[in-house]
Write a protein that binds this ligand. Structure first.
Ligand code: NAD
Length: 248
């Protein structure tokens, strides 16, 4: 495989599990050094990357802590000379009907899912600008347009990421930096499998053009494309990776 990210450093939030873990491995295969920023231990992802011959370090980081984000930036700048590809993948998705969502739960979802995008971009953008190259990528969700019951806070946060990217793209394009979002449909991860009944997966597959459940591996090609120079003229976009959900 062509190593389109040779010499680059990718910071992947939420890279310890699920979609983020798969993304780390693929970005490493593309040649990037990987920094996994996660509140959970990421030893298995580090091993995945090392098996590909790549380099990965895990930095424990609670994205709701400004101190942790500052420590992450210091380590990335000191050890890797800055972040070239920022993948804001970490997210939480509690299922709560609107009338039962407390303001604390609302704030928690916003803090992890979207406030952290603000802090991470503030942390890594200056270095990207000075190099004249950067990729800022957020993992949104198809719920931003479809909506589903129980996810008002989550949907708001994922729609917010898309608006953020469109405006950011218009500011940073002149510096060789792109800002895009990927919106997965339903993807089988440890969290969705533990959380959702089998019928959720079955019903979703029925509503997709492609009749199988999405897997983390389905996200990695689109992500690698957006991160690479092949997508140098693609910015402010949201790429739906959902098997054609609700087209049929
Ligand atoms: N799985 C799906 O069906 C699906 C669909 C659409 C969008 N997404 C989005 O894709 C992303 C990944 O989803 P997933 O299913 O792989 O999730 P996951 O729960 O498997 O993994 C999320 C990771 O984020 C980390 N994380 C959570 N809170 C954190 C915090 N405060 N600080 C740092 N790390 C934190 C977790 O430890 C975990 O490793 C999320 O943003 C999610 O909203 C997922």
């Amino acid at each position: 495989m062509e190593r389109r990210l040779q010499g680059k450093t990718a910071v992947v939030t939420g890279g310890a599990n699920g979609i983020g873990r798969a993304c780390c491995e693929r970005l490493a295969v593309e040649g990037a050094d990987i920094v996994i920023a996660d509140i959970a231990a990421a030893d298995e992802t580090v091993m995945d990357v090392k098996r590909t011959g790549g380099k990965a370090v895990a930095q424990r980081c609670d994205l709701s802590s400004l101190e942790d984000v500052a420590r992450l930036r210091e380590r990335v700048d000191a050890s890797f000379g800055g972040c070239d590809v920022l993948v804001h993948n970490a997210g939480i998705y509690p299922n709560t009907p609107f009338e039962e969502i407390t303001f604390d739960e609302w704030r928690k979802v916003m803090t992890v899912n979207i406030d952290s995008m603000f802090h991470l971009t503030k942390a890594f953008l200056p270095n990207m600008k000075s190099k004249g190259w950067g990729r800022i990528i957020a993992m949104s969700s198809t719920v931003f347009h479809s909506g589903i019951p129980g996810y008002c806070h989550y949907s708001a946060s994922k729609a917010g990421l898309i608006g953020f990217m469109r405006s950011l793209a218009s500011e940073v394009g002149q510096f060789g930096i792109t800002a895009n979002a990927i919106a997965p449909g339903l993807v089988r991860t440890g969290t969705t499998e533990a959380r959702l009944e089998t019928q959720w997966f079955d019903q979703t597959v029925e509503q997709q053009a492609i009749k199988r459940t999405g897997e983390p591996a389905d996200l990695v090609g689109p992500l690698a494309f957006i991160a690479s120079n092949d997508a140098a003229f693609v910015t402010g976009q949201t790429l739906l990776v959902d098997g054609g959900w609700r087209f049929v």
